[in-house]
Design a protein around this ligand. Sequence first.
Ligand code: NAP
Length: 285
Amino acid sequence: MKVVVIGIGLIGGSMVLDIKALHPDATILGIDANENHLQQAIDLGVVEKAGTTEDLADADFVIVSVPVDIALVVLPQVLDAVGENTIVFEVGSTKLPICEAVANHPKRRNYIATHPIAGTEFSGPSAAIKGLFQGKTNIICEVEKTTFKLQEKALQLFTAMGMRIRYMDPQSHDKHIAYVSHLSHISSFMLGKTVIDKETEEQDIFDMAGSGFESTVRLAKSSPAMWTPIFKQNKKQVVNTLEEYISNLSKFKTLLENDDFDAIYHEMQSVNKIKEILNGINIKK
Ligand code: NAP
């Protein structure tokens, strides 16, 4: 088995660590615009050596795991270079613009659009983790546009990695993911900003920051290079979610200003059902 990973960071690196564990004889080659990341990936054993565009022609799997703006450019070029039996999957956090970018590509049938819902706030090859995808959901879009034989090959691999498959059209993916992922990141970034801005005046604030703050602000450590193009590509959906979120914050503020503590209590109580929802998600996994 020959695998080429383009963009050897958290997601691409974690995928090839799993592939190597499942298929010890596989040859794993890496391509990355960042020379340091490529070298680090070789030193860490995430990939064997650097690959080239020529390696794409007889590769079994090509993983495109670059920021979503880069994927718009790289994915069509990758499809130009792959052979008939190569399956290309790309793992970007937005799906509609990427699916549209290759909709009329002559080798569209060699591509499967995926979004593994797994990750951490860290990036680069040193962030790659074996088993990252175990029990996680992999969203697949427009599966009918991929050759059946290659679909099967990809699905077998995802299942062997321990992923649960969900099929969705790209529009629905981008709409739903705006709530559970994109808004969560903005909320965390802006919470971090609010506290950092205040901390310049009040040195003591971080001495008092407990694990609640740390867990809520975790996503604010994420890479701006990865997140800016995600917000750009999913702007319309993200703006909609922000309007709803800001409206909820404003209503909460008004309740507080009006000393309406009964309403505040009930508001929080109704959101407590998130416990059951999250438990349900964990049970399904
Ligand atoms: P990452 O750790 O930053 O890795 C991306 C790698 O691609 C970096 O080494 C980057 O180099 C490199 N790169 C940039 N431009 C390139 C190009 N033109 N050709 C080849 N390599 C290039 O990012 P990641 O977290 O793995 O994310 C990769 C993709 O997965 C993104 O599309 C993201 O939306 C998606 N995703 C992320 C998560 C998550 O939680 N992080 C979860 C699911 C899906 P530089 O660092 O120098 O730019």
